[in-house]
Design a protein around this ligand. Structure first.
Ligand SMILES: CC/C=C\C/C=C\C/C=C\C/C=C/C(=O)SCCNC(=O)CCNC(=O)[C@H](O)C(C)(C)COP(=O)(O)OP(=O)(O)OC[C@H]1O[C@@H](n2cnc3c(N)ncnc32)[C@H](O)[C@@H]1OP(=O)(O)O
Ligand SMILES: Cc1cc2nc3c(=O)[nH]c(=O)nc-3n(C[C@H](O)[C@H](O)[C@H](O)COP(=O)(O)OP(=O)(O)OC[C@H]3O[C@@H](n4cnc5c(N)ncnc54)[C@H](O)[C@@H]3O)c2cc1C
Length: 676
């Protein structure tokens, strides 16, 4: 079927792929992105960005040194936010906001990342009316730049042991911020080093001699005119990192630095002028900014994997290497079954993660509405869903990007492929906003209303279960999995298989925890000794959610042109999970060896079915060349000539003779000659 992505001068192999696709890309793109209107808006936003001279990205970012990159990204961030209201609906951070930003900033953070992704939502949700009046205007007008300073040199995960203190002095109605040790130094906050003049600082609150745990404060760090650090504040950049080097992640210390009482966020917890502490309705309301980023990053991660797989599939369609049948000509590497197994599951994952991102967005919005009415009922569910997805999605995204890179051979290792930028940006998501293992343990402890608590209440018959957890209470089937062959297997059967595996492991981990509680002297030690099994339970629980959610989402599609594609990808997602999960599915003989062999046969048959549509499917992710920034992943497939151009524009090639040659190599060679 002819498609609008085909243009004259394109690589012939990629054109043939597009012509042979069995569906129209526009239809699949509309379904993936949530409707034709959204795809139309993406195009409108893209065109507006392309038209705007200040949003031209003329400098290839990967050739820049750290300081140049930081400066260029600051320029882009200012230009991006200067014209944002003319182009996007800024309130839609989950949709238009992420897309618009990715067109301009690429895979990097910048001077305003935290200002918008953490400080703005924190102010909207945690400031009282008076604070909102005072702070929101400057945040929106960008007359100040702010960040979120929580992590310290000595503690990131364990917030209860943060060392920065905020001690209330009722005489002056001020808090005294102090960093009592080296390990109390704030370390990591994005844009803290050189850009921000304000920060939300998480500090241990002391008032009237009592400790109340970590609380957020909105603190001025630098002079509004000179941008010099205020007296009592030491601040700077922490140095180059694996990725996101456009961002000046920073360090920060306070030396008995006084701030007014009303700099403490007071919508939830309060400190009255006499120092009386009023606790919040829910102890973790002050952690809301983290929950927000955990929620939005699921879509961002899926888009990173989506761009990696788009690059790898397009390149695999134009790359010819080796022969399958001797003397019949070199084949497209996409024809190798091994290449397909490496790549096609990444397509399925991208979709599963994206559809999950839609779900977490809905839950986030529901929770925000509830919280505005003072209702915290759904907060634990959101904490569980966002923590679990964050953990599984960022891990599988990082592994998937790496598979895409490897699948592109040597060219995948070049920055021209974009994989180094994509990987080093995305993999940060495994650590920031809660280290992944720690977040899995939260899922076990708390998520989806607390797996561990659920097990005991299910056994007592008192469980109140949500949609996300109700499967745990169902009886484990005594029979085998219903799987017979890929053609006949239903979505319900595949969901049942993942629920079986999750349920089995959840109860196993629970029983082990209970046993360990009898063996160790404290519940905490028993918890630690059950940590690995608990994490496995959480992972399977999240995977069961991802499979269920995929098929639920796809069930809305009645289009006979694209539904088969979505079904194939869904089955591949599930069967690849079952085949890779092995032992989780064969426990108690739930899957026999023969069934497992048939699962593998099913995967091979799906790879064959997906193969002719692979290029068109990744086209439907709707990435422009501007977003992909990859020579290998170009829409037109003209990779080789552009690799050469890319190398030639390399600043090292501006002059024929390098300074390295003049300073070091030439003298060595001259000396060598003199010794001849
Ligand atoms: C395009 C956009 C894409 C990307 C984003 C752009 C930019 C951003 C990029 C990077 C920015 C990065 C920023 C940061 O990294 S900020 C720092 C983030 N730090 C963390 O995430 C620290 C992780 N640690 C924690 O969250 C907590 O300390 C932890 C949950 C591990 C434990 O908390 P704590 O010790 O205080 O509590 P516990 O005693 O363990 O638990 C008590 C109870 O409370 C529940 N709980 C914990 N957190 C929450 C929450 N947020 N909401 C609701 N409930 C919560 C916990 O489960 C326990 O429940 P129960 O078992 O029922 O008692
Ligand atoms: C790119 C990037 C951007 C960041 N941006 C910011 C920012 O803007 N603001 C900010 O405040 N912070 C920021 N951070 C810091 C980030 O939030 C922390 O690094 C993260 O929360 C992990 O904490 P940690 O570094 O203390 O790791 P640690 O907690 O020291 O983790 C080290 C290891 O110990 C394990 N571990 C720790 N605790 C437990 C436990 N209880 N049970 C089992 N295992 C455990 C972990 O699983 C991990 O394997 C950023 C970090 C990165 C990498």
């Amino acid at each position: 079927m002819e498609d609008t992505l085909i243009r004259e001068g394109d690589n012939l192999d990629i054109t043939k792929e597009r012509r042979n696709a069995t569906f129209r890309v526009k239809k699949l793109a509309a379904f993936i992105h949530g409707g034709e209107e959204i795809v139309r808006r993406r195009k409108e936003i893209y065109d507006a960005v392309e038209r705007e001279p200040r949003l031209k990205n003329s400098v290839p970012i990967e050739f820049l040194a750290r300081e140049e990159r930081h400066e260029e990204q600051a320029r882009r961030a200012v230009a991006m936010t200067d014209v944002a209201t003319d182009i996007i609906d800024g309130s839609d951070m989950f949709g238009e906001g992420i897309y618009y930003q990715s067109l301009i900033m690429g895979r990097d953070l910048h001077s305003l990342s935290l200002h918008y992704s953490m400080v703005l939502p924190a102010i909207q949700n945690q400031a009282d009316d008076e604070q909102l009046d005072e702070w929101l205007g400057p945040i929106i007008s960008r007359s100040l730049i702010s960040t979120y300073a929580q992590t310290e040199l000595g503690h990131g995960t364990n917030l209860s042991k943060l060392e920065t203190t905020a001690t209330y002095d009722p005489k002056t109605q001020e808090f005294i911020l102090h960093s009592p040790t080296i390990t109390a130094t704030k370390w990591w906050p994005g844009a803290l080093g050189k850009s921000s003049n304000y920060a939300i600082v998480m500090a241990q609150l002391y008032t009237n001699g009592k400790w109340h745990g970590p609380h957020p404060f909105f603190v001025q760090l630098r002079d509004a005119e000179t941008h010099m650090p205020l007296k009592g504040v030491t601040v700077g950049d922490i140095g180059p990192k694996l990725g996101i080097n456009g961002s000046d992640n920073g360090f920060l210390r306070f030396n008995n630095f006084r701030i007014p009482r009303k700099t403490m966020f007071m919508k939830n917890a309060k400190v009255l002028p006499d120092g009386t502490y009023v606790p919040p309705k829910h102890a973790k309301l002050g952690f809301g900014a983290m929950v927000f980023v955990r929620s939005i990053m699921i879509k961002d991660q899926s888009m990173q994997l989506g761009s990696a797989i788009t690059i790898a599939v397009r390149y695999s369609a134009i790359r010819r290497q080796g022969e399958i049948v001797p003397n019949s000509g070199e084949v497209q590497i996409l024809d190798y079954q091994t290449q397909q197994l490496r790549l096609f599951p990444q397509i399925s994952r991208t979709l599963a993660f994206l559809f999950a991102a839609y779900e977490v967005k809905d839950l986030y919005l529901r929770v925000t509405t509830q919280l505005q009415e003072g209702n915290t009922e759904l907060l634990p569910e959101l904490h569980g869903l966002s923590s679990g997805l964050k953990s599984v999605v960022s891990w599988e995204t990082a592994q998937g990007i790496e598979q895409c890179r490897l699948a592109c051979g040597g060219h995948g290792y070049s920055q021209a492929s974009a994989f180094p930028e994509i990987y080093s940006y995305a993999v940060g998501g495994c650590t920031y906003e809660g280290e992944n293992i720690v977040m899995l343990l939260q899922v076990a402890r708390q998520a989806f209303l607390g797996l561990v608590k659920i097990v005991s209440s299910i056994r007592a018959g008192t469980a109140k279960l949500s949609l996300l957890t109700s499967y745990i209470a169902e009886k484990q089937p005594k029979t085998r999995s219903k799987f017979t062959c890929v053609e006949n297997v239903s979505a319900e059967d595949l969901i049942a298989d993942f629920e079986y595996a999750a349920r089995e492991q959840i109860f196993y981990a629970y029983d082990l925890l209970k046993k360990n509680e009898t063996l160790y002297s404290t519940p905490e030690e028993a918890w630690n000794k059950t940590g690995i099994e608990l994490c496995k339970a959480s992972r399977l629980h999240v995977k069961a959610f991802l499979v269920r959610n995929y098929f639920n989402y796809v069930s809305k599609c009645n289009d006979s042109e694209i539904r088969p594609i979505l079904d194939q990808l869904g089955k591949l997602y599930a069967l690849d999970g079952i085949s890779g999960g092995g032992v989780w599915f064969t426990r108690r003989g739930y899957y026999s060896d023969d069934q497992m062999a048939t699962v593998r046969q099913g995967i091979y048959s799906l790879l064959e079915k997906i193969r002719p549509n692979a290029v068109a499917i990744v086209d439907a992710f709707d990435f422009s060349d501007r977003e992909l920034q990859s020579v290998l992943g170009r829409r037109d497939g003209n990779v080789y000539e552009n690799l050469l151009k890319w190398a030639q524009q390399n600043p090292m090639n501006r002059s024929e003779i390098s300074t390295a040659y003049i300073k070091h190599l030439k003298p060595m060679m001259t000396e060598g000659k003199s010794k001849l």
